[in-house]
Design a protein around this ligand. Structure first.
Ligand SMILES: NC(=O)c1ccc[n+]([C@@H]2O[C@H](COP(=O)([O-])OP(=O)(O)OC[C@H]3O[C@@H](n4cnc5c(N)ncnc54)[C@H](OP(=O)(O)O)[C@@H]3O)[C@@H](O)[C@H]2O)c1
Length: 239
């Protein structure tokens, strides 16, 4: 069967587990070469060993030099970057007045600055190529106001704002920029929590989207014609 992304190079942050891992598997199945970044080497190394034409580069998206190194690794190994997926992100939920400075820093540095640094690094390479697609993984939390998610909301609204403006700047270089705003996805994201923002009785395993379903939607964005861009995709479970 024809692989639609053979010869294409895809860089994914936060690729070790959850949505990032599903993205890696979905893009690999379409023949793409992959450059995977995350802080936990063992997870991305395992994926790189299993998926063809895949390398892993330990990356902390909060550090611009790490993100630059990730994109440089793609250029050095494969000579180009066709798709950059800024996926790394985290949430620490709770009432605004209980949110510690460390929690604020973690969410803003990872979710906002990480996306900005990743977009900058990829855009520099894509601008020179005169082609490429940047997909920033936002959230439905970037469209709504949700109690106990104020800083996470703020971080994802920032991602949407940044992505929209970069899309306008990038268009004249034939570079497409989009964001995806998913509702709940059943990933390890929720296992790291001690405060859940959703009502009791909601079971992520039963009620949320699977990471594979969201990854498939991102993949479809990369398969669209070069003649237009889909600025934003919002997808939510049927709750
Ligand atoms: N799960 C949901 O319900 C949901 C809904 C909407 C949007 N999202 C968004 O979807 C994205 C992926 O979430 P997920 O559910 O897959 O989360 P996850 O299962 O917790 O995985 C997050 C990934 O991001 C990586 N990461 C975290 N901080 C990082 C950093 N500083 N540098 C590099 N990598 C980092 C993690 O690896 P290391 O810790 O090893 O670095 C991990 O690979 C996030 O942007 C999240 O906000 C999730």
């Amino acid at each position: 069967m024809k692989k639609h992304l053979a010869g294409k190079v895809v860089v994914i942050t936060g690729a070790g587990r959850g949505l990032g891992k599903a993205l890696a598997e979905a893009f690999s199945a379409e023949g793409a070469s992959l450059v995977l970044g995350a802080r936990t080497s063992i997870e991305i190394d395992e994926l790189a060993a299993r998926l063809p034409n895949t390398i892993a580069v330990q990356t902390d998206v909060r550090l611009p030099r790490d993100v630059d190194r990730l994109v440089e690794a793609a250029m050095a190994e494969f000579g180009r970057v066709d798709v950059m997926i800024n996926n790394a992100g985290l949430a620490i939920y709770g009432p605004v007045d209980d949110t510690t400075p460390d929690a604020v820093d973690a969410m803003i540095d990872t979710n906002v600055k990480g996306v900005i640094y990743g977009s900058q690094a990829a855009f520099r390479a894509m601008k020179a190529q005169r082609s490429g697609l940047i997909v920033n993984i936002s959230s439905i939390a970037g469209k709504l106001h949700l109690p106990n998610e104020a800083v996470y909301n703020a971080s994802k609204w920032a991602v949407n704002g940044f992505t929209g403006t970069l899309r306008l700047e990038a268009a004249k270089f034939n570079v497409k920029v989009s964001c995806v705003c998913p509702g709940g996805i059943d990933t390890p994201f929720w296992k790291a929590m001690d405060f859940y923002p959703f009502p009791e009785g909601i079971d992520p395993g039963r009620d949320f989207m699977s990471p594979e379903e969201v990854a498939q939607t991102v993949l479809e964005m990369a398969l669209k014609s070069d003649r237009y861009v889909v600025p934003e995709v919002v997808m939510v479970p049927l709750l």
